[in-house]
Design a protein around this ligand. Structure first.
Ligand SMILES: Cc1cc2nc3c(=O)[nH]c(=O)nc-3n(C[C@H](O)[C@H](O)[C@H](O)COP(=O)(O)OP(=O)(O)OC[C@H]3O[C@@H](n4cnc5c(N)ncnc54)[C@H](O)[C@@H]3O)c2cc1C
Length: 373
C-alpha cells in the first residue's frame, strides 16, 4: 500500500506536520491542506504560540500518553545526535537543557518519568539555584520547598515547524494553503480538501487525517473541544536554566527559545476563554513571578525584563483527552488526530506514529472502525 496511497492531511500544526513527516518518509503520497501554515500568526493556529518544552503532563493511569511523551523524548535525542554528527542537516531548533521544577509546597507528584529522562535528580532546597532564589524572596513572597532537575528539551517552535514542513516536503509532501468550509460538516470539508488536492494535480485522496486542532470543534462538531488560553511574555535573553514552578495559587515558567536570543515567560491556563487580547494585570503577574527565578534575564535599564511581545494562544483542550481514531464517513476514510491540549509538542512523535499506523489499518480495511482514546 505504501508508495501508492494518497493521504490528505487537514492541518499544518505540529500534529499534522509530524504525521506528514512520518507518512511521507514511509513513501505515502502526502498532501497537507491547511488554513494556516508555518510562518503564519493567528489565534486559530496554536502551534506557533507554544513555549514550548518537553515537560510531561501525562500521569501513570494514562500509559498511552506516557508512552507518547517518552517516544518523543527519545526521538528528539536522536535528532540532536544526528545534527551533531552531520552539520549539513537542517537544524530542528531543539536543545537539551538542564531544567528545574519547583514547588512552593511539599509535592506528592508521582514522578513516573524519572527513569526515562537524562540526569534526573531531586534537589534539596538548600542547594543552588534554589538557595539563591529563596534568599532573594522578599517579605510575603513564596519560597521553594521541593525541587527536581532533569535534562529537558526546549523548542524554538517557529523553527521546528519550518523544519518539519521542509522534512515533509523533501519526502514528497505538498502543502496547500486553503481554508475548508466548516458550515456543512466534515464530509463537505473533506470533499473540498480533495478538490484542492485534485486541482493541484495530486489526485484523489485514499485517506484523510484530521489534524485541525481546536478547529476540529467546528469542523466535525465535536462538543468535547474547548480552548485553554495561555498568556505569555516573550523577553530578551536565553535563561540559563528553564524552569516550571507550581505555587499555591499560581503557576510560572520560563522556557528558552533556543538560538533566538529570547525566552518565553508564562504560566496561565484559562479554560473556555476564546479572547486573544492579553490581560495587562496577568502580564504583570507573569513578570513578577518569573523575575524571582531567572534573574539573569533582568537586563532592562530599569532592572526588569526587556519585553519583546505579549500574546495569548489557545491550547486545543478536549474533555476525555485527545481523539486519535479511525472513522469511515460516507465512503471517506479518516483518521482523527486532535485535542492534544497543552502537550502537542511533547507527545507529537508517539501520537504521529499511532496515527500513521491507523492510516495503514484504515487503508487495508473496508469496514468502519472507531478506536477512541
Ligand atoms: C501558551 C502555550 C504554551 C504551550 N506550551 C507547550 C509545551 O510546553 N509543550 C507542549 O508539548 N505543548 C505546549 N502547548 C500546546 C501545543 O502548542 C498544542 O498542543 C499544539 O500546538 C496543537 O497542535 P495542533 O497541530 O494539534 O493544532 P494547531 O497548531 O492549532 O494546528 C491546526 C491546523 O489546522 C488548521 N485548520 C483548522 N481548521 C481548519 C479549516 N477549517 N480549514 C483548513 N485548515 C484548518 C489550522 O489552519 C492549522 O494549520 C502550548 C500551547 C500554548 C498556547
Amino acid at each position: 500500500m505504501a508508495g501508492k496511497s494518497h493521504i490528505v492531511i487537514i492541518g499544518a500544526g505540529v500534529t499534522g506536520l509530524t504525521t506528514a513527516v512520518f507518512l511521507a518518509e514511509e513513501c505515502y503520497k502526502v498532501t497537507i491542506v491547511a488554513a494556516h501554515v508555518p510562518g503564519d500568526s493567528s489565534i486559530e493556529y496554536t502551534s506557533p504560540w507554544a513555549g514550548a518544552h518537553w515537560h510531561t503532563h501525562a500521569t501513570r493511569d494514562n500509559p498511552v500518553e506516557c508512552d507518547w511523551d517518552i517516544q518523543t523524548y527519545d526521538y528528539w535525542l536522536e535528532i540532536l545526535q544526528n545534527e551533531k554528527k552531520d552539520p549539513q542537516l537542517p537544524r530542528s531548533g531543539l536543545k537539551l537543557m538542564t531544567a528545574y521544577k519547583y514547588w512552593d509546597f511539599p509535592t506528592t507528584t508521582d514522578i513516573w518519568w524519572s527513569p526515562y529522562v537524562k540526569d534526573f535528580e531531586e534537589v534539596n532546597a538548600s542547594r543552588e539555584p534554589i538557595k539563591s532564589i529563596n534568599k532573594r524572596a522578599r517579605e510575603g513572597e513564596p519560597m521553594i520547598v521541593d525541587a527536581m532537575m532533569q535534562k529537558e528539551f526546549a523548542i524554538n517552535v517557529p523553527q521546528y515547524l519550518l523544519y518539519l514542513q521542509e522534512r515533509a516536503r523533501k519526502a514528497g509532501a505538498e502543502v496547500i494553503q486553503q481554508r475548508l468550509p466548516i458550515e456543512s460538516g466534515l464530509n463537505n470539508a473533506m470533499e473540498a480538501a480533495e478538490g484542492h488536492a485534485v486541482a493541484a494535480g495530486r489526485g484523489n485522496a485514499d485517506c484523510f487525517v484530521n489534524a485541525s486542532g481546536l478547529g476540529a470543534g467546528k469542523l466535525c462538531g465535536d462538543q468535547a473541544m474547548y480552548p485553554i488560553r495561555g498568556q505569555t511574555v516573550l523577553v530578551k535573553g536565553e535563561a540559563v536554566n528553564p524552569y516550571t514552578r507550581s505555587g499555591k495559587d499560581y503557576g510560572s515558567y520560563c522556557i528558552v527559545r533556543p538560538g533566538s536570543g529570547t525566552s518565553i515567560l508564562g504560566g496561565t491556563r484559562e479554560a473556555d476563554v476564546w479572547d486573544e487580547t492579553p490581560d495587562p494585570a496577568v502580564t504583570q503577574r507573569i513578570i513578577k513571578y518569573a523575575a524571582m527565578n531567572v534573574p539573569e534575564l533582568l537586563t532592562g535599564p530599569d532592572g526588569g525584563f526587556e519585553v519583546v511581545s505579549v500574546q495569548c494562544g489557545l491550547r486545543p483542550g478536549r474533555k476525555g483527552g485527545p481523539r486519535i481514531g479511525i472513522e469511515a464517513l460516507d465512503g471517506y476514510k479518516i483518521v482523527h488526530a486532535y485535542g492534544h491540549a497543552g502537550g502537542g509538542y511533547q507527545n507529537s512523535i508517539g501520537s504521529a506514529r499511532l496515527v500513521s499506523k491507523l492510516v495503514q489499518e484504515s487503508l487495508s480495511s473496508s469496514t468502519q472502525a472507531v478506536a477512541k482514546l
